[in-house]
Write a protein that binds this ligand. Structure first.
Ligand code: TXA
Ligand code: MG
Length: 361
């Protein structure tokens, strides 16, 4: 299959029209959103939705998010909606916020992987909204990456993963948030944060008071433990490189990373340190990658940086731990998965020794 690429900065109306046509024909379209790129299909067409799972290599019990452009669409697909759920939707839509509600069961089963709930998001990206509107469809769209790889935030990354596998990619430039939407379940009385994102825990708490945070946000689930969000079970965001997060006090972090890095080099590895711009000096002359000047910039750069590390054949990434406040919680949620939960506290000698012993295999 030939993959067509429309640059929306040059060919906006034609691109949106072509995208809408493909969706209506039951084909896949990759499109930009403010969070990450999505790979979309008509939510009412089970065969079209099946193509998403096939293209991504995604486990079929990992449910999809239904994207809408108008509030009135919520009740077409969801029911038993509490006043607080409505308040959250009004407050955070359009935007990087996905709400899980009780499903009306009108969409094909394949959308929700057999669950009786449905995840819904109204994106803020103008191109995404215009595409949805033009097609007249509710569009299910997971992140546009091969399952297990980092999500995509540019059209080129989408092309790297899906060239020849989808008919159309709409290029809307780099995603502004850079991490997938916040997923919040409102199927119980108290909101439950399933996946942190651009709408932060603090923002949710300000609106809702108490918000529960799913254990899986920062912890590995053990076999047999129930996942509130099936996506949290899977290996995620993984570059080929081994990633390790180093936490603790700032001075100890630099000392630990530098000694681990030097051991890695002696072992013939090609390591790289990922840190904030103002910390680069701590690591020079080693290979170091600036993630940006603020947590927001780190969020925006993260997936591209992981993908570029693979291209540069980096096989060991030392990531400076980041505070779990604001967007920091979402960054931590992603890198902790990229690291396969390998987190070392630089203030604890025994953790450092254990990690170094592991490096020697
Ligand atoms: O920002 C985003 O949300 C992007 C863009 C394209 O909108 N989409 C995205 O989709 O990240 P995906 O499929 O990569 O992640 C959806 C997450 C998964 O972890 C999935 O398990 C969870 O949402 N999810 C979907 N439906 C659910 C449901 N009914 N109950 C609980 N979790 C659900
Ligand atoms: Mg995804």
């Amino acid at each position: 299959m030939e993959t067509k690429l429309y640059d929306l900065s040059k060919d906006y109306a034609a691109g949106i029209r072509a995208g809408a046509q493909e969706l209506c024909r039951g084909n896949l379209v990759i499109f930009p959103t403010e969070t990450v790129y999505g790979i979309g299909a008509d939510a009412t067409n089970a065969e079209a939705v099946a193509k998403i799972y096939a293209a991504k290599g995604r486990p079929s019990n990992n449910p999809l998010i239904a994207h809408i452009w108008d509030m009135s669409q919520v009740e077409e697909i969801a029911c038993d909606i509490s006043p607080l759920a409505w308040r959250l939707m009004r407050k955070f839509w359009p935007g990087p916020f996905t709400i899980v509600l009780k499903s009306r069961g009108v969409l094909p089963k394949i959308v929700s992987g057999g669950l009786d709930t449905i995840a819904i998001r109204m994106p803020a990206s103008q191109a995404a909204r215009d595409l949805l509107k033009e097609s007249g469809k509710i569009v299910v769209a997971p992140s546009a990456n091969i399952s297990g790889l980092p999500s995509t935030t540019t059209a080129q990354q989408c092309l790297d993963d899906f060239n020849g596998k989808v008919p159309l990619i709409l290029d809307g430039g780099p995603s502004s948030v850079g991490l997938e939407s916040t997923v919040c379940s409102m199927t119980g009385e108290i909101p439950m944060l399933l996946r942190p994102g651009g709408v932060t825990l603090e923002m949710l708490e300000e609106e809702a008071g108490i918000v529960e945070v799913s254990y899986a946000v920062l912890h590995a689930l053990q076999p047999g433990e129930k996942a509130e969000s099936p996506g949290m079970l899977y290996k995620h965001y993984s570059p080929k490189a081994k990633v390790c997060i180093i936490e603790g006090n700032r001075k100890a972090i630099a000392k630990t990373i530098n000694s681990m890095y030097d051991i890695g080099v002696k072992m013939g590895k090609n390591p790289c340190v990922f840190c904030m711009q103002d910390r680069i000096d701590q690591y020079l002359p080693r290979h170091v990658h600036s993630m940006g000047q603020s947590p927001e910039e780190v969020a925006k750069n993260l997936f591209a940086a992981l993908r570029e590390a693979d291209k540069a054949k980096i096989d060991l990434i030392y990531f400076e731990g980041i505070e779990h406040t604001g967007i920091g919680l979402a960054i931590a949620n992603r890198i902790i998965r990229a690291a396969g939960f390998d987190v070392v506290n630089a203030d604890k000698e025994e953790e450092i020794e254990k990690h170094i012993a592991c490096m020697h295999g």
